[in-house]
Design a binder for this molecule. Structure first.
Ligand code: G4P
Length: 530
């Protein structure tokens, strides 16, 4: 058992969140480089692939590659076993991006130093905050002109309502970028031209008191400014509070340049020291301890294969406790059946491998003949638990979808329901109407194209899609309320999801406020937890 404890204890599972172009791919790549998982920069599936997400989706082989590569990357670093969860972010931003955050124990938020918080960072942050997971901030691209670090920190505090603690402090930016001051070790890490283009190189360290050397490294002007800043930061009296970090209330902030590999290794080392091994998870009244002997996991993502001959899928599971062994029989709680998980796979950097064992904190992808749904639990038959379901997140784009061939009603209904069950889309309908026309909601617009493609290739149904002008959806939280009698703007629509929950579709956030003001008893929710 010492082995089990040791293995789980050294695991760190986190997601990197960012707005497109802030540097997530670059940072991931440098982290893998330190882990020795890849030999050279450029090995991580980059934006070129993401830009072609639509066409990739439509090619079976590439699709298989994507489903695995874009899910998790595992590597070793100084005794730690690190799982980085990828949060699809460009055109392929979807509900999966949110769900992935359910599988992480902490998040790294990458921010472009010139831009600060951007819309996608905002959306992803909210999901992390909902779970109270620790959030680390990497402010990137200091080698380009950047906003004032004070401004950036203030923006984070004001917008996100969290505390920030700069772990290091930038010295200049853009062409004047000279490095960072490491507050814990009280030394300068100097940025030199030779950092550019190098894969792995240490920074030059120098104490703040060593004025002569410092002047040689960063110049007198920047040294004076830095000394003032450091005095101000130290005098501000904010104590570093690890408990607040772990509760998601205080975000340690690191400045650096992922592209130049500057500040990445110190970041990784602090990050690993501050984060925790896999966290306990709630399952009804029980708190499942990751170090328990018995295996348990939940499904957070289902990736359909585009092979229409077999409607097979891959279900991604986050292991929550114990050890997974390939040939053992486990229990699928929602299906009420014992099963062996077929072809369990894991990704080691860019290699995909069938695995024999995995531990709490790890993510495995298993072959799914169509039995799993998002949020399902798999565990030992002798110790059954049911993890809390994964919330349904509010879609942001809506369209009315109907079939063009009146003969294909059954195929249309079956297809659209199955695709919704996988969690790729959400479907709604007006109360007391059939499925002639279905309202489809998605988090990312690419999902509309995927839906059309799949209905055609897998179910033989052509559809017509009409965009709907709604922007905001809210679940009605009241147990009893006469929805038909609510005072709503004429462009607000009452719909139901396929579980029969009532929702309202609004044209804008303004209409939501209007509805809440005019109907004081109305309670609305942004996501739905089944
Ligand atoms: P993303 O995954 O968050 O979308 O961002 P990605 O890492 O792809 O980075 C976006 C662009 O920003 C890339 O340039 C990348 O090289 C650049 N970048 C990342 N980190 C830094 C940094 O620290 N400093 C500077 N100056 N640039 C940085 P690109 O030209 O759009 O793409 P590519 O052709 O280099 O792949």
């Amino acid at each position: 058992m010492a082995d089990l404890k040791h293995e789980i204890n050294r695991r760190r599972t986190f997601a990197i969140i960012s707005h497109p172009d802030a540097g997530k791919t670059t940072l991931t790549e440098k982290l893998l480089l330190y882990g020795g998982a890849i030999q050279q920069a450029g090995a991580v599936k980059g934006k070129a692939a993401a830009r072609h997400a639509v066409s990739d989706w439509m090619e079976l082989e590439k699709q298989r590659g994507i489903s695995i590569t874009s899910s998790v990357m595992q590597f070793e670093y100084e005794g730690y076993c690190i799982n980085i969860l990828d949060t699809p972010g460009h055109q392929d931003f979807s509900e999966d991006t949110y769900r992935t955050l359910m599988a992480a124990d902490s998040a790294v938020m990458v921010i472009d130093a010139a831009k600060g918080i951007e819309p996608q960072t905002r959306k992803l942050f909210r999901i992390c905050a909902m779970r109270h997971i620790p959030i680390f901030t990497f402010i990137n691209k200091l080698d380009r002109d950047a906003r004032s670090p004070y401004d950036l920190m203030e923006e984070l505090e004001n917008e996100f309502g969290i505390g920030t603690y700069p772990m290091n402090w930038p010295i200049g930016s853009g062409v004047d970028f000279k490095g960072v001051y490491d507050r814990e070790n009280r030394q300068i890490l100097a940025f030199r031209e030779f950092h550019r283009g190098q894969d792995r190189i240490s920074a030059i360290a120098c104490s703040l008191e060593d004025t002569d050397t410092l002047d040689g490294l960063i110049g007198e002007k920047l040294r004076t400014a830095l000394c003032d800043d450091v005095e101000l930061l130290d005098g501000a009296g904010y104590e570093f509070d690890l408990d607040a970090v772990r509760a998601g209330k205080l975000s340690p902030v690191f400045f650096g340049s992922a592209l130049n590999n500057f500040g990445v290794e110190p970041f990784l080392e602090s990050f690993l020291r501050m984060t925790m091994s896999p966290l306990p998870r709630t399952a009804g009244d029980e708190i499942v301890d990751p170090f328990e002997d018995s295996f348990s996991a939940f499904v957070f993502k289902i990736q359909a294969n585009m092979n229409k001959a077999h409607r097979d899928r891959i279900a991604f599971m986050r292991i929550c406790s114990g050890k997974f062994e390939r040939d053992r029989e486990y229990y699928h709680v929602q299906g009420g059946k014992a099963l062996r998980l077929a072809q369990p796979q894991q990704l080691m950097a860019s290699e995909r491998a069938v695995i024999d064992e995995a531990y709490a904190g790890d993510i495995i992808g298993v072959f799914d003949p169509g039995i799993f749904s998002i949020g399902d639990t798999v565990c030992e038959k002798s110790h059954k638990v049911t993890f809390e379901g994964i919330p349904t997140f509010a879609p942001e784009h809506f369209a009315a979808v109907e079939r063009t061939d009146t003969m294909k009603r059954k195929q249309f209904e079956k297809g659209i329901q199955q695709i919704a069950q996988e969690g790729a889309i959400q479907i709604f309908h007006e109360p007391n109407t059939g499925m002639e026309e279905v309202i489809v909601g998605v988090v990312g617009v690419l999902q509309f194209e995927v839906l059309e493609y799949r209905l055609k290739t897998e179910y033989g149904v052509d559809v017509r899609r009409r965009p709907l002008p709604y922007e905001v959806i809210r679940w009605i939280d009241n147990e009893e309320i006469d929805i038909a009698a609510l005072n709503l703007t004429s462009d607000t629509k009452w719909v139901q999801d396929f579980r029969g929950n009532d929702l309202l579709l609004f044209a804008s956030p303004w209409n939501v406020n209007w509805a809440l003001n005019k109907n004081p008893d109305l309670r609305l929710r942004e996501f739905n937890r089944e």
